[in-house]
Design a protein around this ligand. Sequence first.
Ligand SMILES: C[S@@+](CC[C@H](N)C(=O)[O-])C[C@H]1O[C@@H](n2cnc3c(N)ncnc32)[C@H](O)[C@@H]1O
Length: 135
Amino acid sequence: MEEQVPPKTVENLRDWRRYWNTWPQQLEQTDFLRQVERTQGGEPANQEQLRLVVEAISGALALGGGDFLVDLCCGNGLVTKQLSPACRRIVGVDYSSTLIDVARRYHAAANVAYLRAAADEIGPERGERRIRRKS
Ligand SMILES: C[S@@+](CC[C@H](N)C(=O)[O-])C[C@H]1O[C@@H](n2cnc3c(N)ncnc32)[C@H](O)[C@@H]1O
């Protein structure tokens, strides 16, 4: 049974893990931008804004074809997937099982793996093991 989205009180907003598990369940499975709250005035960001974000990350990290990338707090993998052509391998990590399910279903690629875990629970070994299993 689906968990109810807690009301947005200050106390409930402190429970971010629960928030990111429940909020996206209220939306269509393909409402990717709203699921990760990439919105402006309540409207989803447009493709050009998303492209600029991806370009800024690739540029700032100077990503190259040999790079192994870990995308902490990857959400539904929208950005992760778009970064994948710029590197060798990429592991998206997020503690929301709802968003990781969406990522695996809609934002898969040959060099991408998704791991459901809290950012402070993983080390390079765990991400590396997961991606090796895929390749
Ligand atoms: C605003 S969304 C951004 C998602 C994605 N990075 C993007 O740019 O589209 C924030 C994400 O961070 C995740 N998150 C927050 N704290 C986390 C933590 N400690 N460990 C893992 N994931 C976390 C949430 O589940 C949520 O998916």
